[in-house]
Design a binder for this molecule. Sequence first.
Ligand code: SF4
Ligand code: SF4
Length: 206
Amino acid sequence: MNAEICLKKLGYVGVLNFATVDSSGAPQIRNISAIHFEADALYFFTARGKEFCKQLLRDGRVQISGYTMYKESIRLSGRAVPVPDDEQEKWINTIFSEQPYLENVYPRDTRKIGIVFCIRGFSIEYFNLGVNPIFRETYEVGGVNAEKKGYEITDACIGCGKCARVCPQNAVEKVNPKPFRIIQEHCLHCGNCYENCHVKAVVRRG
Ligand code: SF4
Ligand code: SF4
């Protein structure tokens, strides 16, 4: 798995959830399918009058999620910027040619109310719940550093083994020289090890 394959999978899902934050700090989410995918970027169309557009122009941060039929959750976090004015028409026409239904939504030249944004720097969290143990990985594209999430075991560990016994995914293993470690790619981030460590050797990452 890698970022490029994740983008392809999001393309197969087709309709994706786009989340932004409004001016009051409230979450706002909507479904978008007017998207063009490249190997390391995505372009999407909206209309300049929409709140979505205003939120993107004000802040730019956007989170996009899709869920495949194979129980793969793919979440992309990045910053959207409008493509340059002299490229808008090209990208609008590209997206309309790939999504013919848009001609019904914005017939004739009404597509000119549209604006295309691009996301080039982003991180992707891939989370596959359809395999045993579960599998997760994070990919960084365009110089973005993804925030670390989940838990890790510190040197305060006394090796009692309780975290390993309560882990629903057997994602805690015994290793030397440290007694135990979390196998990050199989961790659910459920926090059961954190709550059950009596010496507070399990800490949140990031
Ligand atoms: S519960 Fe805490 S002390 Fe016991 S093995 Fe796990 S991390 Fe170490
Ligand atoms: S957070 Fe949950 S899944 Fe991850 S190691 Fe701890 S108990 Fe296991």
